[in-house]
Design a binder for this molecule. Structure first.
Ligand code: PLP
Length: 363
């Protein structure tokens, strides 16, 4: 333990990001403009097979505006996982619709299609899978249910930039997809989000919604928000997008090393045909997960995260009483190890040594 603390997450910001921001500041044009337009084009080209994307000020806004543009509102039910960040259900609830919480699979922590289907009722309007930790949800299973019951799919791809399933990128399955550009995500713009869609009308409505309902200044067509991305943030995002393939590769290299060398803990499973982008590398610790995390931090100077300690439906904001056994199982056992792209070989070795020692000790 000669070296410093290894944090659970660490955004990589370099001189290229600083130079890009400086150039925008020097231009005097700070709000949504040419940088945002260029960022949208590049994001669509690199991560979404060229479909329409709309840049907004957060991943939550991308979900929220997408839902409103899709016509979701009071009286509708949207099936969401509870084992996710609260933003997934918040976006649904803020439209006036009701989030209906479904259980996950223990293998990859994404929505369990069988349980989803059991929750479909007369008011169900759509399903919002989360590609949790960078692993795509079971889109085949969910698409079959959606087709059978006439439902929409809206993808929460906040954690899964560049992940794919049988060669198809996340964000290209749903009526819309939403990405987050928060600092700890696989790429960042500071704060920001991207919504993707194949439907030009939906894209146009999202563009209106982010800008007070205006396409032309002072000719407001609908009621809207100010959910615009600034050119300052887009400039950071463009640099991060160009660096994403290398950083995803680093995450995957770390994951392979962990897969091959960790002992005595549950390892993440990767589904058939999946390209996992390891937003998190999440192990399961069968007993006293919190004690294990504390020992990692205190004895080995390694940070680890619990995503998420309280299922969303149990939060005071939702106060649901549903029984979701796999969600309850996961929330007590999951532990996400550092997998960020700035880890080097020595860090990886240190993490493996520490986890294996604690697992052996039965900590
Ligand atoms: C981060 C995140 C969001 C929200 O993104 P923000 O950019 O923070 O608003 C939504 N869903 C999931 C699963 C997330 O991890």
């Amino acid at each position: 333990m000669t070296r410093g603390f290894i944090p659970a997450a660490r955004p990589v910001i370099g001189s290229a990001e600083r130079d890009a921001v400086d150039a925008v500041l020097a231009s005097g044009m700070l709000a949504q403009g040419s940088e945002v337009a260029a960022f949208e084009q590049e994001f669509a080209r690199d991560l979404l097979d060229g479909r329409s994307v709309v840049a907004v000020n957060s991943g939550t806004s991308a979900l929220h505006l997408g839902l409103i543009a899709a016509g979701v509102g009071p009286g509708d039910e949207i099936i969401v996982p509870s084992f996710t960040f609260a933003a997934t259900a918040n976006a649904v609830a803020l439209t006036g619709a009701t989030p209906v919480f479904a259980d996950i699979r223990r293998t990859d922590y994404t929505l369990d299609p069988t349980h989803v289907e059991s929750l479909v009722g007369a008011r169900t309007r759509g399903i919002m899978p989360v590609h949790l930790y960078g692993h795509p949800a079971d889109m085949g299973g969910l698409e079959r249910i959606a087709a059978e019951h006439g439902l929409d799919i809206y993808e929460d791809a906040a954690q899964a930039h560049g992940a794919s399933l049988h060669g198809r990128l996340v964000g290209t399955f749903g009526r819309f997809g939403a990405f987050s550009l928060y600092p700890t995500k696989n790429m960042t713009s500071g704060e920001g989000g991207m919504a993707s869609t194949r439907d030009p009308e939906l894209a146009r409505t999202m563009q209106l919604l982010r800008n007070q309902g205006m396409a032309k200044q002072y000719a407001n067509e609908i009621v809207g928000f100010n959910a615009r991305m600034t050119d300052v943030h887009a400039a950071i995002g463009r640099v991060q997008l160009a660096a994403l393939p290398g950083r995803t590769k680093a995450r995957r290299t770390t994951a392979q090393f962990f897969d091959a060398n960790l002992r005595g803990v549950g390892l993440p499973t990767v589904g058939d045909g999946v390209v996992h982008v390891y937003h998190q590398y999440t192990i399961t610790v069968p007993e006293d997960r919190d004690g294990f995390a504390a020992a990692l931090r205190e004895e080995y100077a390694i940070g680890a995260g619990v995503y998420y300690p309280t299922p969303v439906h149990r939060l005071p904001a939702f106060d649901g009483q549903e029984r979701l056994p796999n969600t309850e199982w996961a929330k007590d056992r999951v532990l996400s190890l550092p997998v960020h792209p700035s880890l080097d070989d020595e860090d990886r070795e240190r993490i493996v040594t520490a986890v294996n020692a604690l697992a052996r000790a039965g900590a």
